[in-house]
Design a protein around this ligand. Sequence first.
Ligand code: ZN
Ligand code: ZN
Length: 289
Amino acid sequence: MYKVSMHNHTNLGDAQDTPEAMARTAYVQGFTHFAFTEHALNPGFPDITLTDEHIVPYMKAICDLKARYCNAMEVTLGIELDYFTNPDGRRGSWGLQVEALRGAFDFIIGSVHEIPFEDKYYSFNRAGEIDTLLNLSGRSAASVVTQYYETEMDMLETVQPEILGHMDLIKKCNERDRLYAEGSHRIRALKEKVVECAKKYDTIIEVNTGGISRYGAHAVYPTVEVLKMCRRKGVPVTIGADAHNTKDIYAHYELALSMLKEAGIREIAVFEGKKLKMLPLDEQKEMAV
Ligand SMILES: [Zn+2]
Ligand SMILES: [Zn+2]
């Protein structure tokens, strides 16, 4: 009887609710495994990501909750590493940052939110920025989409995170297929390469329900087709609410479960401390409230 969210945020980063409120809500809703994954420092957004002075209070807050919920709910201390290469393609001080974080946290979510062009980054969290990129650069949507997935593969190789965050984040910007046709052979091949890359580096792929909460039904990621690729290639899968407030913790959870089942997946990956466990999907906990 399990209920799992391996990806959640708090008001110590860019979200609305306190760690205490998030944990309490998850517990009341019957979650057995609940991870906090605040954003690691992104120098472009120091107010909503963990600066040096904020990282220790974050760790302390989550460790206090680990102690408070021990024997009741498995609380884990993760971090979401926002990957960005330098605009010239160099990787800067990534190696050092990654190694420091790896020891301090139970696990790392590696995520690509933005891609560089010339001297700026453009975020897939905001469709308007991608329109600006297309207008300014004169590039095709196809080349931008390819760059997004290639950056994810670069991130997997460089960071080797335990979990790949929202593999299809780009879907947020693809309402009514404005950037690419979801079912096209080209997109399928790109996604397949990402799944193979995840396999190579032992990275788990998440079903991220947060996109649906914040961007609507078109932003379910990844698709059942990708989950089937994960099953065929032996890539473990987990569920992350990517919740930025208490009401989104359970939102769309049942949809995520049904997608996993439709894809023929029978186990869900979780962390208990730094330890990876595979839990049987058929024993998911029923909603408590
Ligand atoms: Zn993210
Ligand atoms: Zn997140």
